[in-house]
Design a protein around this ligand. Structure first.
Ligand code: GLC
Ligand code: CA
Length: 553
């Protein structure tokens, strides 16, 4: 490797360097004890986030919803589901976060609504061709009596992408399109009424003081004209992350929508941010989303999907900084979220990453917990040294593994139901957090209720247990985040260094970073003085699956 210096795109906006913590509201903290986390629960636990040292938090959806897809099926975009509290609870949480200097990003779900949204209910009652139906994607079926779906598209959650309705007069009628569950009908984003409605939704939350939006399925809003048949290749990622030219992913028309939204956000003071959830095959394509005047950030799923391999990790870091830098945007970094297998388990898999399909009781061999945790800690030690913005998912700061033994009767992910249990789905990364080792539900609430059962071995990951240890994963995250802030690692350049094929090594100013992805110990250069290490070790030989930040005398 030649010595190469790469710069993170400069700029003063907070989101360029921010560490953003994802809260999954139903599993963070439960104030009223019904087994489902809520907004007052979040407010009561904000000190934990201040102590961790994050800059912002992103909340998965808490708007009114039948909860068919854990809130990603919204029936009212301007409210709070009673399950999570009230708008007053939201305002109180926002104020409490801002008091602590923590910015708040909310999740916006524009691709589809719930089938219980008033617009969809009106569309069902209205006639084919009506204004009400034109807000969604209704089409006549094929076949003699329209008994076949309009095309062959398959839902991300399994099964077909179309559901047939019964018309007001009781006859079998048109079909509507849903990329996800049948309870999540897709809007027609070529319809100006939809555009105008969402401008209003953005303003509603901006007026309340939110700092930005994470935009759900940002790559799905526009479908290719004529809705042509499409058959993905064998084993393709259903979100499109490895697929070219999918007629419902990443169509060029989406960019106009985000330019429009950018203008709405620009009406507001401060730096309000838009972050895209867009699964696209190449970093160059993702970078198109963060050109000036569009989104500010896009999740770097290519980074998330990189296996534990030094060459691939070096490549994806280098390519990310290049691709995002070319359009003046910071790279983002992410290892876990509510849709994928937690990285403390994923990085120790000896078989293909099942991504959103999850890991369950019948999958063997299970990833080794100790190996997974070491790799996860090393991966995070690398990630938090990189320039740009990093996303953390609740519980990774505790080193939580995927919950792999959830009994069938508790499962809630729609893909479990839509595939008749063939895919486990994402429940394993959504289990409520352990706060207190010895309390009921590990302190998630005071009653012991929990919407998904917490594994028995989670006591050792409880926050209070980890707070009491200076070698815990929590202690590591706190140190990394403190040093990242003190040394301004969120911006600036990285200079690549060569410590061998099995290493990822670079320099950030006078701070050196090295990770050992090989099987033998990796000797750090003479004169190395370790500042932080992902594993307890002494001396200057990095054990396999570990990483360190160090200075040279
Ligand atoms: C996004 C969300 C996921 C949800 C889907 C449908 O991928 O992250 O949780 O199921 O969109 O809204
Ligand atoms: Ca609750």
């Amino acid at each position: 490797m030649t010595e190469l210096e790469q710069f993170s795109a400069p700029g003063a906006e907070w989101w360029r360097t921010a560490v953003i913590y994802q809260i999954y509201p139903r599993s963070f903290a439960d104030a009223n004890g019904d087994g489902i986390g809520d907004l007052p629960g979040i407010t009561s636990r904000l000190d934990a986030l201040s102590e961790l040292g994050v800059d912002a938090m992103w909340l998965s959806p808490f708007m009114p919803s039948p909860q068919k897809d854990a809130g990603y099926d919204v029936s009212d975009y301007r409210g709070v589901d009673p399950l999570f509290g009230t708008l007053d609870d939201f305002d109180a949480m926002l104020a409490a976060a801002h008091e602590r200097g923590i910015r708040v990003i909310v999740d916006l779900v524009p691709n589809h609504s719930s089938d219980q949204h008033p617009w969809f209910q009106e569309a069902l009652k209205a006639a084919p061709g009506s204004r009400e139906r034109a807000r969604y994607i209704f089409r006549d079926g094929k076949g003699v009596d329209g008994e076949l779906p309009p095309n062959n598209w398959e839902s991300v959650f399994g099964g077909g992408m179309w559901t047939r309705v019964t018309e007001a007069d009781g006859t079998p009628g048109q079909w509507y399109l849903h990329i996800f569950d049948s309870s999540q009908p897709d809007f027609d984003w070529t319809n100006q009424e939809v555009l105008e409605e969402f401008r209003g939704v953005l303003r509603f939350w901006l007026d309340r003081g939110v700092d930005g939006f994470r935009v759900d399925v940002a790559h799905g809003l526009i479908k290719k004209a004529g809705l042509p048949d499409y058959t993905p290749s064998e084993g393709a990622d259903s979100m499109g992350g490895d697929q070219e030219d999918v007629p419902y992913w990443g169509q060029p028309g989406v960019h106009e929508i985000y330019r429009d939204w950018h203008a709405v956000l620009a009406e507001y003071d401060g730096d309000r941010a838009l972050c895209a959830e867009a699964w696209l095959p190449t970093l160059d394509k993702i970078a198109l989303w963060v050109r000036p005047g569009e989104m500010d950030q896009a999740f770097n799923f290519n980074y998330l999907m990189t296996p534990w391999n030094a060459g691939e990790l070096r490549d994806v870091i280098r390519d990310s900084l290049d691709a995002f830098g070319a359009v003046g945007a910071p790279s983002t970094w992410v290892l876990s979220n509510h849709d994928v297998v937690r990285h403390a388990s994923r990085l120790a898999l000896t078989w293909d990453n099942p991504q959103g399909d999850g890991i369950g009781p019948r999958d063997e061999p299970k990833p080794d917990r100790a190996v997974g945790l070491s790799r996860a800690r090393a991966a995070t030690t690398v990630m938090l040294s990189l320039p740009g913005s990093a996303y953390l998912y609740q519980g990774e700061e505790l080193g939580l593994p995927e919950a792999m033994e959830i009994p069938d009767e508790f499962r809630q992910d729609p893909s479990w139901f839509r595939t008749n249990g063939e895919r486990y789905g994402r429940d394993g990364c959504r289990v409520p957090l352990p706060w207190t080792a010895t309390a009921p539900a590990y302190g998630f609430n005071g009653t012991g209720a929990s919407w998904l059962p917490q594994p028995a071995e989670w006591a050792e990951y409880a926050r209070d247990a980890e707070e009491a240890s200076d070698t815990s994963t929590l202690a590591l995250y706190k140190t990394l985040l403190r040093l990242r802030a003190e040394r301004g690692l969120g911006s600036g350049s990285i200079v690549w260094e060569d410590l061998g094929d099995d290493a990822v090594a670079f320099r950030r100013g006078d701070l050196h970073v090295a990770a050992n992805l090989g099987e033998a110990p990796l000797e750090l250069p003479a004169g190395a003085s370790v500042v932080v290490r992902s594993e307890p070790f002494s001396g200057t030989a990095l054990p396999p699956d570990s990483a360190a930040w160090y200075t040279l005398a």
